[in-house]
Design a protein around this ligand. Structure first.
Ligand SMILES: *Cc1c(COP(=O)(O)O)cnc(C)c1O
Length: 396
């Protein structure tokens, strides 16, 4: 059997290569930071990590994890409900609820699991999920695992959402689901309008704050802070793998009855290992830091404004963004690939995105800003963009 299957796979992989979407991984041989070393020996400035607050190599977090590693050792070797719950998990869950102004929190191994395990325990075929067309793959998969009816609305399109809500009126319970920040454009979900429509058409709201938590809003509390509706959505999911230290871990936080039901029925929680104590301990320290100071958010917001202002002044076409994601539009796929390659030669690591990750003729370079970036590093990136932009006739 395997001979035939092997040929089948080889053919499919060839097709992926021909279509230009085959992914090669660059190998880092340094820690994750604003400047990284790759295995070619080259040092580059990193503008494509989700390390929004620069916490991936933060000393205090490393210390908290190291201390805990010494005291509580390595792993839990159990799911939460058998013997895998430590006081550190409970403390971290409370810290997350405090951060978002919610009632309770449940931890998962990743946000992919949080989203994969949130719908099925809560909704049945009598109910429906109304999902933004650009929601993250893990939300799409989670919805697939649930028997609820599915409605989809065009990205952040409130007219379309209203239409879907009207069609969904026959359902028992309605849940609107949206990413907080959409990762390709950096646009933020119009949460105020979503909540108004939810009130008008009697629906609940879930927001995935993976790209927005720690980043968006004056104090980084996410899109519910930005849109002045803290505590108003029923469900928030998020990750510890981006702004919050970048290690591993996900969570669902929100109404306490929802969280209680997830602890009873959510399959990625019930049937998967609990996160290592050292990750929980560093997470606790991280949320304490978020309460102590707003310095990292201030620096991130200043860096983002600085970069976008200078890039626009240089003549680049930048998608409107309210996050730390900045899409430099080039439209042409080949051009975007070439541009990113040339930037790497200039010591700037960014990624070009083209179809099918973004719509046809919407190719771009995505830049992710971080509080870890210093002004001279931002300048270096901007100058490299200008140099390559002129070379490739994007700029006059
Ligand atoms: C990154 C991301 C996830 C997955 O988070 P992990 O913790 O890495 O599994 C889920 N949803 C959104 C919107 C994301 O951006």
């Amino acid at each position: 059997m395997y001979n035939k299957f092997q040929k089948h796979l080889a053919q499919q992989i060839e097709e992926i290569k021909v279509s230009g979407t085959y992914k090669n991984e660059r190998i880092l041989i340094s820690s994750q930071f604003s400047q990284i070393k790759i295995n070619t020996g080259k040092e580059v400035l990193n503008f494509c990590a989700n390390n929004y607050l620069g916490l991936a190599n933060n000393k205090e977090l490393v210390e908290a994890a190291t201390e805990c590693l010494k005291e509580r050792a390595y792993g839990m070797a159990s799911v939460r409900f058998i013997c895998g719950t430590s006081d550190l998990h409970k403390e971290l869950e409370a810290k997350i609820a405090h951060f978002f102004g919610t009632e309770d929190t449940i931890l998962y191994a990743a946000c992919f699991d949080a989203n994969g395990g949130v719908f099925e325990p809560l909704l049945t075929e009598e109910d429906c999920i109304i999902s933004d067309a650009l929601n993250h793959a893990s939300i799409i998969d989670g919805v697939r695992l649930c028997k609820a009816q599915r409605f989809r609305y065009a990205n952040a399109d409130m007219k379309d959402l209203e239409k879907q809500l009207q069609e969904a009126q026959k359902c028992r319970f309605r849940l609107i689901v949206t990413d907080g920040v959409f990762s390709m454009d950096g646009n933020v979900a119009p949460l105020q309008e979503i909540l108004s429509l939810a009130a008008k058409y009697d629906a609940m709201v879930m927001v995935d704050e993976s790209h927005s938590a720690g980043v968006v809003g004056n104090t980084g509390r996410g899109v519910t802070e930005l849109h002045n509706c803290r505590g108003k959505v029923e469900i928030i999911t998020g990750t510890l793998g981006k702004a919050f230290g970048g290690a591993i871990g996900g969570f669902t936080t929100g109404k306490k009855e929802i969280i209680e039901m997830l602890r009873q029925r959510s399959r990625p929680y019930l049937f998967s290992n609990s996160i290592p104590p050292m990750v929980a301990a560093a997470g606790i320290r991280m949320f304490e830091m978020m309460d102590e100071t707003n310095q990292l958010q201030d620096k991130l917001h200043a860096n983002t404004d600085y970069f976008i202002t200078k890039m626009k002044a240089a003549g680049f076409d930048i998608k409107p963004t309210q996050s730390a994601i900045c899409a430099v539009m080039l439209y042409d796929a080949t051009l975007a690939g070439k541009f990113a390659d040339r930037l790497l030669e200039e010591g700037i690591y960014v990624i070009g995105f083209s179809y099918p990750v973004v719509p046809k003729d919407q190719a771009r370079i995505r830049v992710q800003l971080s509080a870890a970036h210093e002004t001279n590093q931002l300048d270096k990136a901007i100058n490299a963009f200008i140099k390559v932009g002129k070379e490739l006739n994007i700029l006059k």
